[in-house]
Design a protein. Structure first.
Length: 383
């Protein structure tokens, strides 16, 4: 009996402490887990979570070039309708960019900044804050095979892009330099990863980030790949022709771009493109029209070398896109290039090109003539 009484008295302080409010700073053990709890994730579930939230991928590119215009223009620049590798007799950076991209099963996006002569010329109409943005967009998978992307992204138009490394030729054709390289807005893309891809776009206008009016542009892109070797692309634009305030006359612009690429075997690649557009006349009924075309053939001579030839034309007699002293362009162009990949991530390119127009539109020592020839060297580094 005495033993039981002593045992009861010894346990009383502990019971009183357990029933008193937690007002002291004494550390206590964590409460017991509820009876119904989720099971700890298995190794397979943890792997799935990691796969669904991958780390961003960082990327960069630098394209350094030397260009020589044999017309030796006093302005030290190529003709005004050329926006890439456009400086004469100097070494310059056409584009240097650094960015990150993110891709998961439901979310994706890219942000990249840029500098060089390409953004300096091609973004000249944009506010300074936007000139150094190469891409800035985010996307959400809204349904199976359907993505919604919004922001600043690369154009849905054309075979050629701003980065020489990714193009068949070192320099861009006149038709590529005079159609959008970038766009700002939103787009819906339906892609099942098979033969077809469909994209619909609502954008601020024709190569516009900062809009100066209340009008939008519409566009679509359809790609069809009947075989792994052949790709057909159709891209359109409908909207304002000039990014001017609403108080000024708005000129509607309608544009269509078609191109195809064909890879019959690993050594050969063929590409053909055709553009056509119409823009309303200022103060008069009707439309001004223009057309452009290009045919490109590339031949890999070894694993590290290759040659590429291009035939192009651009017919813009009213100077809708390419303005000259005589109005517009009626130019045929020829180019021949050579590529060398000495080590991974580096490409060396060389190209000679000549333009011939029906009119004297090319500057030569402060005079004008019908031809223009140039040579360009480029070193491209990817990291």
């Amino acid at each position: 009996m005495k033993f039981l009484l002593l045992l009861l008295l010894s346990s009383l302080p502990a019971r009183l402490c357990a029933q008193s409010p937690a007002t002291t700073t004494t550390t206590t053990a964590p409460p017991a887990a509820p009876a119904a709890t989720a099971a700890a994730p298995t190794a397979a579930q943890a792997a799935d979570t990691t796969a669904d939230d991958p780390k961003p991928e960082f990327f960069g590119y630098v394209g350094v070039y030397f260009g020589y215009d044999f017309n030796n223009p006093a302005s030290l620049t190529r003709p005004g309708f050329i926006y890439s590798e456009n400086l004469h007799n100097q070494i310059a950076v056409n584009i240097a960019l650094l960015g990150a991209r993110y891709n998961s099963s439901r979310v994706r996006g890219t942000f990249a900044i840029q500098t060089g002569t390409y953004p300096d010329v091609n973004y000249s109409a944009e506010p300074q804050i936007f000139k150094n943005i190469y891409e800035a967009w985010g996307g959400l998978k809204v349904a199976k095979y359907l993505w919604l992307d919004a922001g600043i992204f690369l154009s849905h138009i054309g075979l050629e892009g701003p980065i020489s490394r990714d193009d068949l030729t070192l320099t861009r054709s006149i038709m590529a330099d005079n159609s959008p390289y970038y766009e700002a807005g939103a787009k819906l893309t339906y892609d099942r990863g098979g033969k077809w891809l469909f994209t619909g776009l609502l954008i601020n206008g024709w190569q516009v980030i900062r809009d100066r009016n209340q009008n939008f542009g519409l566009g679509w892109q359809v790609q069809f790949r009947p075989t792994p070797k052949l790709l057909l692309n159709s891209s359109t634009y409908f909207g304002e022709g000039r990014n001017v305030p609403d108080s000024l006359a708005q000129l509607p612009r309608y544009f269509h771009d078609f191109y195809l690429t064909y890879d019959p075997n690993p050594k050969w690649k063929l590409a053909a493109a055709f553009d056509t557009g119409w823009q309303g006349k200022a103060g008069a009924p009707g439309y001004h029209a223009w057309q452009g075309g290009a045919l490109i053939v590339r031949r890999r001579t070894t694993k590290r070398t290759g040659a590429v030839a291009r035939l192009e034309y651009f017919h813009d007699p009213n100077g809708v896109l390419a303005v000259t002293r005589v109005g517009g362009l009626r130019t045929v162009g020829y180019s021949l290039g050579f590529d060398f990949l000495p080590v991974p991530r580096v490409i060396l390119r060389a190209e000679v090109k000549q333009f011939r127009d029906r009119e004297a539109v090319y500057e030569r020592r402060k005079a004008l003539q019908t031809t223009n020839a140039a040579a360009t060297l480029l070193l491209g580094l990817t990291f």
